[in-house]
Write a protein that binds this ligand. Structure first.
Ligand code: ATP
Ligand code: SF4
Ligand code: MG
Length: 422
């Protein structure tokens, strides 16, 4: 299909049999206007942060959402909670389209869909005690728990997440990064959500603490049957907790499958490259493992490549091009002109590649549960809606400023190239 034609749903999904989905996302699109100019801003393009993404999240499952920085993972999460308004698409939750809810109905829905996320700008409210932080959702969503029962319940929640209830009057700075994350989890659980969206909940933590927090989330999920959308850069972090994994690239979902399908039998060249990049602690295994180099940076979502968005970095594309040059073939033409849909290309799970092929990268036991470590482990927060909106706004402003210059540059260099060529 030529890439200029409207795309039908990418929404082929695999999920748990039996239960209906807790959340069903159909053809989600979120484009941000790309503006130029300091005083007189004018729109010079669109940042296609999320482009036609569909998936289902089943009760009690964890769906890992993985992709490089800038692939659109947080935009999916934030748009679902209407922290960004979607460009188009549907998100069906409890029989209603979240995107059509009034502001007050959306506030009520946010009680059932909690978000745990990493905010690079600030930490848990430093002036509130842990007890107040965990109890705050009951003040936002009134009528859940009588005031006189709240303190007892906070203690129970702290115990549940592995914190000492005697520390109820302490302030956030008195806790380590991992403990603060536990406070965030307790806070999210206070309103008995049916869905938790966790945006990089462990990537700010030390490697040693990451596994503990992932284990905690897993235990909680098992106990309460909550559906988790667990976002991470790193396939190895998600493997431990995910039932299914969805891989994103440049605003698109490019492969979705069960944990086993993605890790043992990936078919998309990008998933294979990501898996091959997973760190392996054991030097012997590392030496034996196959490494696929993922060259270059993610292209600008303001100017994605024609045809397959991954083609500019695709090792299979390069391999086929070299082979075709020798044999006179032309297989890569399709990659350049046709936008591959997410569909089952003869394997047992969908991928968005014209030439999907199974490739075993490393055996399951060989994937270590190690993730990228970031220097500051103190910035994991869970907030109420107003705080989320403020934090997101601040983050967005900084992000937009930094990203826009890059996207404008990409767009202009493409235009200059086109002029040169004509
Ligand atoms: N508010 C915004 N305005 C303009 N562009 C935005 C905005 N938010 C995100 N973007 C752009 O959308 C694209 C996807 O960003 P997003 O934050 O969703 O990626 P991500 O996969 O979460 O990355 P990371 O792993 O770094 O968190 C990026 O190019 C980003 O610059
Ligand atoms: S469609 Fe072509 S360029 Fe895209 S991932 Fe498949 S082989 Fe690579
Ligand atoms: Mg993100």
């Amino acid at each position: 299909m030529p890439s200029s034609e409207p795309r039908p749903s990418q929404g082929m999904t695999v999920g748990r049999q039996g239960d209906g989905p807790a959340l069903e996302v159909r053809n989600l699109v979120k484009h941000f206007p790309l503006t130029k100019g300091i005083v007189f801003k004018r729109t010079v393009g669109q940042i296609q942060a999320v482009d036609d993404v569909s998936f289902e999240l089943y009760p009690g499952e964890t769906l890992g959402l993985v992709g490089e920085s800038g692939s659109g993972k947080s935009t999916v999460a934030r748009t679902l909670l209407r922290l960004h308004e979607p460009t188009s698409g549907e998100a069906i939750f409890q029989g209603q389209d979240l995107f059509k809810l009034s502001a007050s109905d959306m506030r009520a829905a946010r009680r059932d869909i909690q978000m745990i996320f990493q905010d690079p700008y600030s930490s848990l409210n430093p002036r509130m005690t842990v007890g107040d932080i965990v109890a705050e959702p009951w003040r936002i969503h009134t009528g859940i728990l009588p005031r006189n029962e709240q303190r007892g319940r906070v203690s129970e929640l702290l115990e549940l997440v592995g914190l000492n209830p005697d520390h109820i009057n302490r302030f956030p700075h008195q806790f380590s990064g991992g403990q603060r994350q536990r406070i965030g989890v307790a806070r999210a659980l206070a309103v008995n959500p049916s869905v938790i969206i966790a945006d990089e909940p462990v990537s700010a933590l030390d490697v040693s603490v990451q596994a503990q927090v992932v284990n905690l989330l897993e235990d909680i999920q098992e106990e309460f049957g909550i559906a988790f959308l667990f976002i991470a850069h790193d396939l190895s972090v998600v493997r431990h907790i995910a039932d299914r994994v969805a891989v994103m690239y440049l605003g698109r979902m490019i492969e979705v499958g069960t944990e086993e399908q993605i890790y043992e039998r990936p078919v998309h060249p990008y998933t294979q490259a990501l898996l091959s990049a997973a760190p392996i602690a054991d030097p012997k295994r590392r030496a034996e493992s196959e490494r696929i180099l993922l060259e270059g940076d993610l292209p600008s979502p303001a100017d994605p490549p024609s045809g397959c968005r991954f083609r500019t970095r695709c090792w299979l594309f390069n391999q086929m091009r070299d082979e075709d040059e020798a044999t006179g073939g032309n297989r890569t033409e399709k990659c350049i002109t046709d936008d591959p849909r997410l569909e089952d290309g003869g394997f047992d799970h969908p991928s968005a590649c014209h030439y999907p092929q199974e490739r075993h990268i490393i055996a399951s036991a060989e994937v270590d549960r190690v993730a990228a470590v970031r220097p500051d482990d103190s910035k994991m927060v869970v907030r109420d809606d107003r705080e989320i909106e403020d934090a997101v706004k601040k983050e967005e402003d900084a992000q937009i400023e930094a990203a826009e210059a890059k996207h404008v540059e990409a767009l202009e260099s493409r235009k200059a190239k086109t002029i040169d060529e004509t």
